[in-house]
Design a protein around this ligand. Structure first.
Ligand SMILES: *Cc1c(COP(=O)(O)O)cnc(C)c1O
Length: 382
């Protein structure tokens, strides 16, 4: 039995909404379904404003633009993240400053932020790994104290919450991804969320999203034609994709609870290995409402991780790991970092292993993963 890391979930409404979108004779951006999706997210996540974007990457890029980042500015972020977090900053001519992660959550360690703040620091980008929130309380305190913007990379955190607030709605801006590998998808898609933005920033966001024009005022009947106002871009996805996404969002909670079933079954069955000190599982706490995006186990060393991954893969199970830390990548080295600059990140990146999780995963498929894993773990000492 071949078991992929991820498998698409269909609610059954995707084709109906896409057909309806075609029949409405409007498949380009900012159409009927784009509005429905934006309204849905604004209500569901209780946030000021939502802009649907062509990807999580473009949401981050739009956030970096709105943050006014430029040459000489610095932005603190974890090195343990997807490249887009850092690219968004680099593309504005600013510098990513990498900080350590907390070994228990793989999230930005708030204790490693203040030492990295300089007079050039403009923002912090926490990444909510696997949909488990960063310590946002501490992080927001630090940001307030130093007057820094917080842009949440909540690409993996859609429909997860921290202390009763949805991820992506706690900082000044939040970025979601609807990439094919994420919990809720439309192939390629994303969203930028604004939280408590002042009128100036809000108007700038409408303008930037509309290719740098006041098209929104035109659509609202406030002006009789729209014109170029500032540098913007084409961030909106085709309405056809929004239609697909709208179907997925209808089943928002069902999808996380199906993933949760898979997650809990793994956790129950692997507890014995955690008790023997062979692996660690993700930590949980009442402050976190999870979305079960990633199930990972952590080994005591990289060698064990490598052996187990090889074993699972030989059995047709697509266990995998990420990320190669950004600071020790070829680009990170060009920026002047060396691997030893962030020892916790370097170490933990070598020890993590992700197991397949998808909403429609059967017990049979899970048992296949667990059987293969048990065989592999039998060869490892605690
Ligand atoms: C997926 C992801 C992104 C990028 O999202 P895309 O929609 O693929 O562009 C950014 N950051 C993190 C942490 C991600 O997991």
């Amino acid at each position: 039995m071949k078991i992929p890391l991820n498998k698409l979930y269909f609610t059954g409404q995707e084709m109906d909404y896409m057909r309806d979108c075609l029949e409405r004779n409007h498949i380009d951006g900012d159409g009927y379904y784009t509005r429905l999706v934006q309204d849905f997210m604004r209500d569901k996540f209780a946030v000021q404003e939502v802009f649907l974007t062509a990807s999580g990457t473009s949401a981050l890029e739009m956030a970096a633009l709105l943050a006014g980042l430029g040459e000489g500015d610095e932005v603190i972020m974890p090195s343990f993240t997807f490249v887009s977090t850092a690219n968004a900053v680099m593309l504005r001519g600013a510098r990513p400053v990498f900080a350590e992660i907390d070994a228990a959550t793989f999230n930005l360690d708030p204790n490693d932020i203040e030492a990295r703040i300089t007079s050039h620091t403009k923002a912090i980008i926490p990444v909510h790994y696997g949909g488990t929130a960063c310590d946002m309380e501490n992080l927001m305190d630090i940001a307030r104290k130093h007057n820094l913007l917080v842009i949440e990379d909540a690409a993996q955190g859609v429909n997860a919450a921290y202390n009763g607030r949805f991820l992506g709605t706690i900082g000044h801006m939040g970025c979601y991804s609807f990439h094919g590998t994420k919990n809720y998808t439309c192939g390629e898609g994303g969203a930028l969320l604004l939280n408590n933005a002042d009128q100036e920033l809000l108007q700038k966001a409408y303008c930037v999203w509309n290719k740098g024009t006041n098209r929104r005022e035109f659509l609202l009947g406030q002006v009789d034609k729209y014109t170029w106002r500032e540098a913007g871009s084409s961030y909106a996805p085709a309405d056809l994709l929004a239609a697909y996404l709208y179907a997925q969002l209808q089943d928002l909670d069902k999808i996380s609870s199906l993933r949760g079933e898979v997650y809990k079954y793994y956790a129950e069955n692997l507890m014995v290995y955690q008790e023997q000190g062979i692996i660690q599982m993700p930590v949980t706490a009442p402050v976190w409402k999870p979305n079960y995006h990633i199930f990972y186990i952590t080994f005591n060393n990289a060698k064990d991780r490598g052996l187990v991954m090889k074993h699972l893969r030989a059995d047709g199970i697509e266990a995998s790991f990420h990320y190669i830390p950004l600071h020790s990548s070829p680009m990170g080295r060009k920026l002047g970092y060396k691997a030893s600059d962030l020892p916790v990140t370097e170490e933990m990146a070598g020890r993590i292993l992700r197991l397949p999780v998808y909403p429609a995963m059967s017990r049979d498929e899970q048992d296949t993963v667990l059987d293969s894993l048990r065989k592999a773990l039998a060869g490892i000492d605690g």
